[in-house]
Design a protein around this ligand. Sequence first.
Ligand code: GAL
Length: 831
Amino acid sequence: MREIYSMNYDWKFYDGDIQDRSFDCTHGNVSKNPSWMKSGNNGVAKWGYPDLDWQDIDLPHDFVCERGEFSETASASQGSLVKGIVWYRKTFELKKEDSEKCVTIEFDGIFRNYEVWLNGHLLGMEISGYKSVSYNIDDVCSYEDVNVIAIRVDATDCEGWWYEGGGIYRNVRLVKTSKLHVGQWGTFVKYTVLEESKAEVVCDTTIYNEYDKVMVFDLVTQIINQAGEVVEEIRNINSIKPHSQLVVMNCINMDKTILWDIEDPYLYKLNTLIKKDNEIMDCYETKFGIRTVHFDNETGFYLNGKNIKLKGVCCHEDHAGVGVAVPDALHEYRIKLLKEMGCNAYRTSHNPPTPALLDACDKLGMLVMDETRVMDTSEEYVQQLKTLIKRDRNHPSVILWSLGNEEMNIHGTDVGIRIYKRLIRIAKSLDPTRKTTYAMNCNWYDISEFNESHNFSVEVGGLNYNLMRNFNKYDTLHEKYPEMVLVGTENASTLSTRGLYCEEPSSNDASITFKSSHECIFEKAQRNQIVSGYGEVYPPWGSTPMETWTSVDTRDFMAGVFIWTGFDYRGETIPYRWPFTVSHFGIMDLCGFPKDIYYYYKSWWTNEDTLHIFPHWNWEGKEKELIDVCVFSNMDCVELFLNDKSLGIKEITKAVKATWQVPYEAGTLKAVGYKGEEVIMVKEVKTTKKASKIGITSNKSELLANKNDVCIINIEALDEDGYFVQTSNELLEFSIKGEGKIIGTGNGNPMSHEQDKLLQRKLYHGLCQVIVQSNFQTGDIILTVEGKDFEQTQIQLKSIETNEFKYVGKVSKDIALAKIIGRRDAADGLV
Ligand code: GAL
């Protein structure tokens, strides 16, 4: 039977490179020869290499974030954090009976440029930090003995222009199967949805036989519903030659199909059983969902026959406190936040995502545009694309493959089109069920020449941005190429900071050139280094939320849009450089705290009544000065009151942000939202007293005791009457007792140089965040928050039992000791 273990625990970590150049072949010292000279010779990767004083860590691990070494000379696009070369080691045991099995180690991603060694043998080398890889270790592992895996990671160079972190930042698994088994990503479930909720499911299964003999076996394919019942089953007898692979195609008719949808993301499980003499040799599980997807050149996007607009965001994967080492439960938290905003589509810009992210999208009902890193046809990049498609093609959430983003060196050229055509062919050969796109920028100047001269059409035309906010270009393009399906693959790039309000630089005038616009922003930046929260600033290629959304919403032929970006991310600090370290593009900040523009999207992307008023009302010293007070809402109109005096009613539309200029006077600002004559909602902002209390909320009260689950604890500054104090930036300290650990903190401040791993954090505009992880024991977890002038506050959580979880634990002392005694030579240096 198949056994899957998490390999995320008990690693050793060395922050630096290890190179021993002191070898001398001629005069002995053979054990110090460089690793490439003899098989099984990498010293750092051998049992007994002295790693006792290396740091103990668990995965996922982003050493760049953990170090937290900010430097003005480090790359600003990588968040001004110092990178480098590091080593990881982990020892583990295999049992005697494992020699009858196939043993594989699977990595979801290591950033980047790394070598993986097992017991001194090289398993492989990879340059990409985004590719999933797996290594079979049958030839080089030891049974009933200690094995050691060692990984050298060189994160010095980047692959993108955003923060990419470094280290083993995604999950690792040890997989043991029978020698007759389903291959990794060895199933592909395709289907046709027929009338009356019937579906025809076709599954291709790739089976490997690692035995030295022909194997005859039963292949049983079951479809299991969410209640765990087998709803369909098919069996057939097969035979496979020794050391070969076989692809079996099975066709199953389903009578009552429940479709996967964004509102009700119903998932089935395909169980693939390999049986021999009634013994189950392998059981491989594939989660899948049944849904139809269709793009129409006139009317846009359809899911299960229903026309919906793609209300999408582009995202990078990093989060406050943890960098790119995002635990699975945090990915789920982020997808939930996006759903709450009304977002229904996620673009994995600009790289293959971690599988956990797609699992969250499947589970929660989020559509995905799944993107490869670089559009090219070298062996390396083709492999990256193939791996992405083979790995992700069973996820119902994935609706589009993106073959590239803004490849300015080649798009619109003959070379570009040849590359693009070849990648489409590759994508189709692996997945004929989905369309491909390419996210084109440069105001898509080339799309016409590109297509006309090559008699070629992109499957889904991906349009990034609109220079000078000329949204009529959508119409021109649509008129010229009426057959082409169009989607805004990246747009807006609105810059804003949560809770920060000031006058905007006047850089948004369409007549300002690229250069002068930037000069203008930078000039202003030198004076006050501020991107205001009002959400009116954008780079010359960007636009406001209002312009961006209405331009797509009013055009049926536009399938939707992906806003740049759902969350702030480290790096790309446009329009500033040092000391900024985090981007300003997010609709939410690095912690997932909503900025004001969040409420614009929520107003028009959900059916929930929404009314948000900003800024805060603590402007002591600015009495009588005019302050812009704004509202994002989906009410028909909103009336604003200051200290119960009406300041007038404004009509609300998707195209505008309702704004009143209000002379400051301490008290209460009240926004009253009407639909017709009826008052639907009232929201207030008050001049508060000094912050003295701490508000704590957690996204859950119970954590699974698997040292993997996390909860996100959001902390806010309150005054003695319990009102939120957005102007509080005080330092808070955290301590934790019981069965949990703080794995990081954050506050969303784009110029913070605070360390994510310290047990203290300043509030930023009234908010900060602590991420707590369970350990293996069940019991209470108590987080205490305190700060000068604040009442100490606690939150109590529970860590509860889970039995779904298997992991590779530490090597037992006995085995380690036997090894030291038996192999004193190799154990040299071991204390
Ligand atoms: C786009 C690019 C993104 C990001 C964005 C910032 O051109 O595709 O990765 O850099 O600009 O506005």
